[in-house]
Design a protein around this ligand. Structure first.
Ligand code: SF4
Length: 436
């Protein structure tokens, strides 16, 4: 049996509590997918085809730069794919697309034109593609596309508003060592693609107006306001007022239409209160990696501007403003094992990660995680092109579920349905692995 197939089947057997779907999804997220030309769209025009294209909503989430991706850069791959059936009898599984032309996983059409996912040459599932939403076919008055200003992900559930496309943690001494936000901005500019650095509030409102009008099924349920850290000011506004101004405008124009979320630094309580006053309902002060030694090295900007202990204190404080259920800090699952400083064994990495989960869950706060994509222009991606071992990701899913159960917690709000076959959260399978 080819080695990758052996790896996933071994893990499915040894960790039968983790859904089979999640094992494959994690492997696709950490290592990417190759696309046969038969599986790519025919048009470079992002609004012309029938398939919803990859929007590059914040990071590149690819295993190569745009020039390295060749055809997959010119003929856009889909935002997400949905897996079903095959020899593992997969239930419906939504997976974010991370392109890697040398991945052992390949999406291709068969002789009848039906798309499948192939591993080591064997077809392991059917592949569905997201239809082009009606709202992507309409442009703003200034000609910008809805996909550029207000893309949706998670099969249309989440409007992803990266309103600040760069980060003020800048350069090797400040940027998080796994993050390519600044590179991604530069590469889109270099490729001549529209990629607005700071999105004007009015443009965001206009794009949301279009989504609201054409999303008649009301699939879009939440929005996330996000972007880089603001260490000084943007347009005279500090971070809380900068991101908060969008929430305020959205809530005034469309009261209660979406659940408002913000990803920002862990700010002092008074600033967090301003987010809440502006109408944000879920706060993501992402702690990235739990271990103190790794946090210092892999998140030098966060360490420098705030510091790990203070970051954690502020997360706990923010629960007094938002309520613990609505404080959902993210960590980047896998960087615990990244060379040169990461843990050398899966056991150590899991122990450390679970210590962090227990710390927050004991306070009623439910962290969540995205699966690390080792983008090649980041220091950690360069040093670890294969990412973390799949075993780490699978064991994390198992421990995450067990730790939540121990503290009596259920799936966090604002992520759509949980459970295998139901989940839409696409950049990690934590929602696929929780009880429905
Ligand atoms: S805070 Fe870190 S992860 Fe977030 S955008 Fe800045 S460099 Fe990237």
């Amino acid at each position: 049996m080819p080695r990758r197939t052996e790896l996933i089947e071994g893990l499915m057997q040894r960790h039968s509590q983790v859904p089979r779907e999640a094992v494959i999804k994690e492997d696709l997220l950490r290592g990417g997918i190759a696309f046969d030309p038969s599986a790519l769209s025919d048009s470079a025009d992002e609004a012309a085809g029938d398939i919803k294209p990859k929007s590059y909503f914040i990071f590149s989430f690819d295993h190569g730069t745009l020039p390295e991706l060749g055809e997959a850069a010119l003929r856009r791959p889909p935002e997400e794919i949905v897996l079903t059936g095959g020899p593992y009898e997969l239930r419906r599984t939504v997976v974010s697309v991370r392109v890697n032309p040398s991945s052992p996983y390949r999406v291709a059409a068969d002789a009848d034109g039906l798309l499948g996912l192939y591993l080591d040459g064997q077809r392991i599932s059917d592949v569905g593609l997201p239809p082009m939403p009606d709202y992507y076919r309409h442009k703003l008055a200034n000609g910008k596309s809805v996909m550029e200003v207000a893309p949706t992900i998670q099969w249309g559930y989440l409007v992803y508003l990266t309103v600040f496309r760069v980060c003020q943690y800048f350069g090797a001494k400040e940027e998080c060592q796994y993050c390519d936000i600044n590179h991604n901005w530069r590469q889109h500019k270099a490729a001549g693609r529209p990629y607005t650095g700071v999105k004007p509030v009015e443009e965001v409102l206009e794009a949301l107006e279009i989504i609201d009008k054409y999303d008649t099924a009301k699939t879009s349920t939440a929005y996330t306001l996000t972007g880089g850290a603001v260490t000084s000011q943007i347009g005279g506004k500090d971070e809380a007022d900068f991101y908060g101004q969008y929430a305020k405008a959205i809530e005034e124009r469309f009261p209660g239409r979406w659940i408002g979320k913000v990803v920002a630094q862990a700010l002092p309580k008074a600033d967090v209160q301003r987010f809440h006053d502006y109408g944000v309902r879920i706060y993501h002060p992402n702690y990235e990696v739990w271990d103190p030694y790794l946090f210092e090295r892999y998140c030098p900007g966060k360490e420098r501007y705030v510091g790990r202990d203070e970051w954690h204190r502020r997360i706990l404080d923010s629960a007094e403003v938002f309520g613990p259920r609505n404080v959902i800090p993210n960590f980047v699952a896998g960087v615990e094992m990244a060379e040169p400083f990461g843990f050398k064994t899966v056991d150590e990495a899991i122990d450390s990660t679970v210590e962090g989960l227990r710390y927050f869950m004991a306070h009623g706060i439910t962290p969540r995680f995205t699966t690390w994509c080792p983008e090649p222009t980041t220091p950690l991606g360069k040093a670890n092109p294969l990412g973390a071992p799949l075993e780490y990701h699978v064991r994390l899913l198992q421990e995450y579920r067990a730790t939540m159960a121990e503290f009596g917690l259920t799936s966090p709000p604002g992520y759509g349905p949980a459970g295998p076959g139901n989940a839409v959260f696409s950049v990690s399978s934590f929602m696929d692995s929780l009880p429905a």
